[in-house]
Ligand binder design. Structure first.
Ligand code: MG
Length: 333
């Protein structure tokens, strides 16, 4: 099966910064297409992938698709057995397989899985790191969104929250992106709880599970693991050390694995967030179809860019409204 791929530079509305990285003005994504299905990946260097590595890996995958493409479980199992890592690549292929099957059967993805589209959550809207006054300005500009996810992990985290609370009383999720030590995290979370923060994402080092457990046991706010959890097989070791997990398609390798992660997380009594990278409406709309199954959606990557090539999932006061079109259900702008 011949796979075509295309790299697109997504321009950011605002330069974007998180605790471990410098400011970016744009991000690159790669889309794939074969046999009528389309998919996209927004690879992250943090997980060892780039659009170039995805492009190379896709070429090596062509022969894996010379089979019955309706049997997505078999196709993805075969790919998983033959290619290590490369989860952004696998995600793009998995997404295109689902899009293809949905189109063939004439149903949107959520119907393929028997989900109720009314059960989608509201998405949070991310405020990247900046001067506190600039972050407050971004909050004011984003008045149509009902929940904010605020990136922290700086010496002035509490000042940032104070400044934001001067301009909004909406729910706030905090994402420290691994920046704090366990003891520092417990202290900061105690203070942040006074500012109506609802949850804390990845406070500490992703590999230090006992550190996460320490934070979890000494904090009143739910602790959600992001960088610490990539695939379903990571979940059992984390259960008991956190309150929930953040699933992203490019970390786990696609919709099929994301669905498996949701069920494994539930079996361990964990909360589930579905997150994203900065990606176009193609990747965001695909992920959105799974959100009737999750507690929190952080699917705002397409809202942070100025040159989205697609339209797909929409928002009604922040609530995700799924596309009724077959497959992923995006249209080219
Ligand atoms: Mg995160």
């Amino acid at each position: 099966m011949y796979i075509t791929s295309k790299i697109t530079k997504l321009q950011l509305n605002h330069p974007f910064k998180i605790s471990r990285r410098e400011t970016d003005a744009y991000r690159e994504v790669i889309s794939v297409e074969f046999d009528g299905g389309i998919g996209e990946a927004a690879p992250a260097k943090f997980y060892g992938e780039t659009v170039q590595s995805v492009e190379t890996a896709i070429k090596s995958l062509s022969s894996a698709l010379d089979c019955d493409l309706d049997q997505i479980q078999d196709v993805m199992t075969e790919i998983e057995q033959n290619i290590e890592g490369n989860y952004a690549t696998k995600s793009a292929i998995d997404m295109a397989l689902h899009d293809r099957l949905g189109k063939k059967l004439g149903v949107p993805l959520y119907k393929l899985w028997g989900l109720n589209p009314k059960k989608t959550p509201h998405t949070s809207f991310t405020i990247g790191l900046d001067e506190p006054s600039v972050m407050a300005e971004k909050v004011l500009q984003a008045e149509e969104y009902p929940i904010f996810k605020v990136k922290l992990g700086t010496p002035n985290d509490i000042e940032i929250l104070q400044t934001l609370r001067d301009v909004t009383d909406k729910p706030i999720y905090v994402d420290a992106n691994t920046a704090w030590t366990p003891k520092e995290a417990v202290k900061k979370i105690q203070e942040l709880a006074n500012y109506g923060v609802e949850l804390i994402e990845q406070p500490t080092n992703p590999d230090d599970i006992s550190g996460l457990k320490f934070v979890h046991e000494h904090s009143e706010l739910p602790i959600i693991a992001d960088e610490s959890v990539k695939r379903a097989s990571d979940i059992p070791a984390l259960a008991g050390s956190v309150d929930g997990i953040n699933i992203k398609l490019v970390k786990c390798g696609g919709l099929l694995e994301a669905l498996r992660m949701i069920h494994v997380a539930r079996a361990h009594g964990l909360l589930v967030m579905l997150g994203c990278m900065i990606e176009s409406s193609l990747g965001i709309t695909a992920a959105a179809h799974l959100t009737p199954l999750v507690d929190y959606a952080d699917l705002d990557g397409n809202l942070l860019i100025s040159n989205d090539p697609y339209t797909g999932v929409t928002l009604d006061n922040g609530k995700l409204i799924l596309s009724e079109l077959p497959g992923i259900g995006v249209l080219t702008k």
